[in-house]
Design a protein around this ligand. Structure first.
Ligand SMILES: [Zn+2]
Length: 336
C-alpha cells in the first residue's frame, strides 16, 4: 500500500490551545504524531512511502473561501514561534465582516482558539491536502486500489465557511471533490469527533454520501453539528448518516455502527470510498472517551475493506503517540 506524505508536515508546530474557560492546555496535535506512524509502518515492507505531488492552490481555494486569509496571515508572520489566535468572533455579523482581509479579523473564519496560524501553517496545511489529492488521483486513475494519505494537520473540522479543531483545509473533502468528477463518492468519518466540515460541504450533494460515527456532540466538540437528525438537505436528503455514540462506547457497539454505515454504502453503490481515519477513539487517548482497543482497529478496517471499493484513507486525529502507530498499522493492514 502506498503511504503518501511530505517531509514538511512537522513544520507546523503550535504549543497552546485555549479551551474550557480560564485553563490553557498544551496542544495535543504534536509534531511527533506523523513520525510515530511513519516509524511503525516502515517496519512492514507492504507499505511503500511516496512523496505527495504539488497541486495548484485552486483545488483548495475552490472549497475554502478563507484560503487567502490563511495564506496571507502565514506569510505575514515574521517570528517562527509566533502563534496567531483570533480573539474576537463576529457571530451573525460574519457576512459583513468577510469582505475584510485584515488578519486581525481571524474570528470571521475560525471557530475556536485551538487552531492558531503560524509562519509555516499555510505551507503545511496545503501539503496535507496535497497528500489526499495525490491519493485521490491514484485511485481515480486506477493506479492503486487502496491508498493511505498521512495527512497532518487533520482536515475534517474545516468547512465551507470556517475552520477550527486543529484543521485548516479539509483534506478528505478536497479529495472527495476531486473524485466526484470521476464517479460517486462515499465518505466515512471514524474520528472520535464529528466530521462537521465534511458534512457541511456535501449535505446538498446527491452523489457524495457522508457518514460519521462519533461521540454525542451534546457534550463534546464540535457541539453544533453531528446529530442523528441531520440527514442531508434537498436532493441529498438521506445522503448524510450521523451515528452519535455515548462516551465509554466499546468495540461491540462501535462495530454495529460501522455495519450500519456499510449497509447504507452498499445501497448507495459508490465508485470511491474515502475514510477520515481518526484514532482518538482509542481507550487511552488523552482527548477521546471511547474504549476502542489497539487490536479492535483490525475489525473496523476489515468491515470497510470488505466493501472492495477503491479507497483513500486520510489520517485525522489520534493523540496518544504510544499507541497511534500500532492502531493505524492494524487498521491499514486489514486492507492489504
Ligand atoms: Zn478527533
Amino acid at each position: 500500500m502506498k503511504v503518501i506524505s511530505k517531509h514538511i508536515q512537522d513544520e507546523h508546530n503550535p504549543h497552546w490551545k485555549f479551551q474550557l474557560g480560564v485553563e490553557t492546555y498544551q496542544t495535543k496535535d504534536i509534531q511527533d504524531r506523523v513520525e510515530k506512524i511513519r516509524q511503525k509502518l516502515s517496519t512492514d515492507a507492504n507499505f511503500e512511502f511516496v512523496l505527495s505531488k504539488d497541486f495548484s492552490e485552486r483545488f483548495i481555494a475552490k472549497l475554502h473561501p478563507y484560503h487567502d486569509y490563511i495564506k496571507k496571515t502565514s506569510e505575514s508572520i515574521k517570528d517562527p514561534k509566533e502563534e496567531y489566535y483570533p480573539d474576537l468572533f463576529p457571530g451573525d455579523r460574519a457576512g459583513l465582516a468577510r469582505k475584510s482581509d485584515n488578519p486581525l479579523w481571524g474570528g470571521i473564519w475560525c471557530t475556536d482558539a485551538v487552531t492558531p496560524i503560524m509562519q509555516k501553517t499555510y505551507r503545511v496545511a496545503k501539503a496535507s491536502a496535497e497528500c489526499a489529492l495525490t491519493g485521490a488521483e491514484m485511485i481515480a486513475k486506477k493506479a492503486e486500489k487502496v491508498v493511505y494519505a498521512l495527512c497532518r494537520p487533520s482536515g475534517h473540522h474545516a468547512g465551507p465557511r470556517v475552520f477550527g479543531g486543529y484543521c485548516y483545509f479539509n483534506n478528505a473533502a478536497v479529495a472527495a471533490e476531486y473524485l466526484s468528477n470521476h464517479g460517486s463518492v462515499a465518505v466515512i468519518d471514524i474520528d472520535y469527533h464529528h466530521g462537521n466540515g465534511t458534512q457541511e460541504f456535501f449535505e446538498e450533494r446527491k452523489f457524495v454520501f457522508t457518514a460519521s460515527i462519533h461521540v454525542d456532540t451534546a457534550d463534546e466538540y464540535p457541539y453544533f453539528w453531528g446529530y442523528a437528525e441531520e440527514t442531508g438537505k434537498g436532493q441529498a436528503k438521506g445522503r448524510n448518516l450521523n451515528i452519535p455514540l455515548k462516551k465509554g462506547t466499546e468495540i461491540d457497539q462501535y462495530a454495529q455502527a460501522v455495519d450500519r454505515v456499510v449497509d447504507a454504502f452498499k445501497a448507495f453503490k459508490p465508485d470511491f470510498l474515502i475514510v477520515s481515519a481518526g484514532f482518538d477513539t482509542h481507550e487511552n487517548d488523552p482527548i477521546g472517551g471511547f474504549k476502542i482497543r489497539t487490536e479492535d482497529y483490525k475489525l473496523v478496517g476489515s468491515k470497510l475493506a470488505a466493501l472492495k471499493i477503491p479507497t483513500l484513507i486520510c489520517q485525522e486525529g489520534g493523540y496518544n503517540i504510544d499507541v497511534l502507530g500500532e492502531s493505524v498499522y492494524n487498521f491499514l493492514s486489514s486492507f492489504l
